[in-house]
Design a protein around this ligand. Structure first.
Ligand code: NAD
Length: 261
């Protein structure tokens, strides 16, 4: 039997998807036929325009729903407002870089809430919907930092390791059902979260932009290339296909060889 690759009739909710990887994943899921729900904490004309553009280009339904993933109740409300959720992509994330003694407590709390706890709350709301529908895919966007560590990224590394753990538990709790849960672990992808780190790193190491990219960021990425948002989207589409039906509770690294080192 050929593998099913059309996602027509499925609804995907993607947290933190008005830019970067989340938006890239939304585009690839929509190109594969899924209706998509975009999200961020803002509620601007540009946010809604992103959904309209996806809908016009792909012919699927696309909607933008404002919800702050640092707030437990808003995480759950996002899934409820979506009305259905066959595919849940937990992607929202922020970064802060500082040594442990100096790390601001409010930044620690925000990173743990947005990068990790939000996935617990959205999953809690989505799993009953998936069970009712008899099919589901939970995809957590972790990181190479869910498998390895770097100094000065305590909250981020802790949250990403945590979401890898949550991925395994979700997979075990759904193992006997047609629901899977996996984590995609990107290496460096040139999105706003990474762009924001470049100026400080240039100052810190007295380097040019290109030197920071090649000698600091891609230092641990053996391919010496950024991964792309389309590659994250393609990996998500694979996990949603029938070829991915027995892939559960694991991590898929899309990191140019980082975690092979
Ligand atoms: P990005 O900054 O472009 O995207 C982050 C998204 O999260 C944005 O849409 C932002 O609006 C949203 N967001 C932030 N705070 C939110 C909140 N409180 N509520 C709702 N949405 C919120 O960066 P990105 O690189 O696309 O990051 C997406 C995910 O990929 C993150 O979880 C990040 O940790 C992970 N990741 C990125 C890289 C990389 O190199 N870019 C590598 C590994 C993992």
């Amino acid at each position: 039997m050929p593998f099913e690759i059309s996602l027509a009739g499925k609804t995907a909710v993607i947290t933190g998807s008005n830019s970067g990887i989340g938006l890239g994943v939304a585009w690839e899921l929509a190109r594969a036929g899924a209706d998509v729900v975009l999200n961020s904490f803002t509620d601007t004309e540009e946010d809604h325009a992103l959904a309209r553009e996806i809908s016009e280009e792909t012919g699927t339904k696309a909607l933008y729903i404002q919800a702050d993933m640092s707030k437990d109740d808003q995480c759950r409300a996002l899934v409820e407002k979506a009305g259905s959720c066959d595919i849940l992509i937990n992607n929202a994330g922020i970064q802060h870089v500082a040594g442990i003694p100096e790390f601001p407590v409010e930044k620690w709390n925000a990173i743990i809430a947005i990068n990790m706890s939000s996935a617990f709350h959205t999953s809690a709301a989505a799993l009953p919907m998936m069970r009712k529908a008899g099919w589901g895919r939970v995809i957590n966007i972790a990181s190479a930092h869910g498998l390895t560590a770097s100094p000065y990224k305590s909250a981020y590394v802790a949250a990403k390791h945590g979401i890898v753990g949550l991925t395994k538990v979700t997979a075990l709790e759904t193992a006997k059902e047609p629901i899977t849960c996996n984590a995609i672990c990107p290496g460096y992808v040139l999105t706003p979260i990474v762009e924001k780190q470049i100026p400080d790193t240039m100052k810190e190491y007295d380097m040019s932009r290109e030197e920071v990219i090649q000698n600091v960021m891609l230092e641990r990425q053996p391919s010496k290339e950024f991964a792309t948002v389309e590659q994250m989207g393609g990996t998500a589409v694979f996990l949603c296909s029938d070829a991915g039906a027995q892939v559960t509770g694991t991590t898929i690294s899309v990191d140019g060889g980082w975690t092979a080192l």
